[in-house]
Ligand binder design. Structure first.
Ligand code: AMP
Ligand code: MG
Length: 391
């Protein structure tokens, strides 16, 4: 198995460490469900009219029909519909017992005030039968699902005014690098602005996760160790950027070892972004991302996100689309899975973006997807397909 797939299976084994809490339905968007959602009744709960029209017996469809009453949505029928009779009915209203057809208002012709007939002999029945969508007791949404727009509707429909979801982890983000200054500062010679913190915090926000502390530190072993220990006191997850590699001032792997953390992986097996650590001590987790902006973005997307979701008990799988290339792709070395920024053109084909590697964050400004070039693949020709992940 290649390194990346190995890590993905390691992630699948991580425990669901975060507790559950009950919250109001209106706050459930983008949260991880921690209970199966079941139907407490049939849907629809009664034979329901799908149209505004006339409920009758299909055998009478060619006949003139006496109109007995008007059935509004929310009311139950009061009249038994017999032979050559019908009741006017609104969409969403209960169809009278025994009726097996609702012909549309548009397919009707009034004979007089009390009599109509159907002018479309091939009318559809236009009835949604009881339990047609789901039956009482059915599982509608599985535990581990992220609540998005359709889930909100289904939860409401099933009477879940309160939902059980994962508690959101407390996260500290620490950008490391003696060269870093804040976005509002003007870098002096040898310095650059910290762009990773904004990026990582926004990735977390997209997951509906909040950062309790956002820190920027120099590459100073003592300072890093002390701040790290403080951060562990008030966070479940600490995310470092920078210092994860093998340079003289890359202290993160060393600090983790010294603090007794178990390191699950320190290489990702993909490019850009090979050096990355993921480690655990008790219920605390540390994610060490690269300092290079594209690397840290890709590492977050491909590994940090699924790992955090796993810890939260989510059944997360990234969306991957098989799409056609509109250019010839070539690379010299194929020793790793490569992640390359691309965009979709109007025909839905993948277009190339000039990309110079791990530091070239600007390349991602026009990117709408990340293309996966498998390990061992040097060439992909125009017209061939690859997996891409929408950004
Ligand atoms: P490192 O992973 O610490 O070796 O950093 C790799 C590269 O990323 C270096 O060129 C750093 O200057 C740069 N870098 C590190 N941290 C950041 C950051 N927070 N924002 C932007 N660039 C960074
Ligand atoms: Mg550094």
């Amino acid at each position: 198995m290649n390194k990346f797939d190995e890590i993905l299976s390691t992630i699948k084994q991580l425990p669901k460490v975060f507790e559950t809490e009950e919250i109001a339905l209106e706050d459930a968007y983008n949260r991880v469900l921690r209970e199966d959602v079941r139907a407490d009744m049939n849907m629809p709960p009664f034979h329901k009219s799908a149209m505004d029209g006339y409920a009758c017996h299909i055998d009478d469809i060619a006949n003139e029909l006496e109109v007995l009453e008007v059935i509004q949505a929310g009311m139950m029928p009061t009249q038994q519909v017999g032979r050559n009779q019908c009741s006017k009915i609104m969409t969403g209203a209960a169809v009278p017992d025994g009726c097996d057809c609702v012909f549309k208002v548009e397919d009707s012709e009034a004979i007089n005030e009390k009599t109509v007939r159907c002018i479309n002999p091939r009318t559809a029945r236009n009835i949604c039968y009881i339990g047609e969508n789901y039956r009482q007791g059915d599982i509608l949404i599985k535990e581990g699902t992220m609540v998005s727009v359709p889930q909100m509707a289904v939860l409401a429909g099933a009477g879940y005014a309160k939902v059980k979801v994962s508690v959101r982890p407390k996260i500290t983000v620490i950008a490391t690098g003696s060269e870093l200054v804040k976005p509002e500062e003007k870098p002096q010679p040898g310095q650059i602005r910290n762009s990773n913190s904004s990026q990582v915090i926004t990735q977390l926000r997209k997951m509906n996760l909040e950062v309790v502390q956002n820190l920027q530190l120099k590459d100073d072993y003592e300072l890093l160790t002390q701040t790290f220990n403080e951060a562990l006191g008030n966070s479940d997850i600490v995310i470092f950027t920078g210092g994860a590699s093998v340079g003289d001032f890359d202290f993160i792997p060393e600090i983790l070892k010294e603090q007794g953390f178990k390191i699950f992986w320190d290489r990702t097996g993909f490019k850009p972004g090979n050096p990355m650590t993921f480690s655990q001590k008790g219920n605390k987790f540390v994610i060490g991302l690269s300092g290079n902006p594209v690397s840290s973005l890709v590492q977050f997307e491909l590994l940090a996100k699924p790992a955090i979701y796993q810890l939260m008990g989510a059944n997360y799988a990234p969306t991957r689309i098989l799409a056609k290339l509109n250019f010839d792709f070539q690379r010299k070395k194929a020793d790793r899975l490569a992640i390359v920024p691309v965009f979709f053109n109007e025909e839905g084909l993948i277009e190339e973006i000039p990309f110079h590697g791990s530091a070239h964050i600007n390349a991602l400004i026009s990117a709408t997807a990340l293309m996966e070039i498998p390990l061992g693949t040097n060439t992909i020709n125009k017209g061939e397909t690859v997996y891409v992940r929408p950004l």
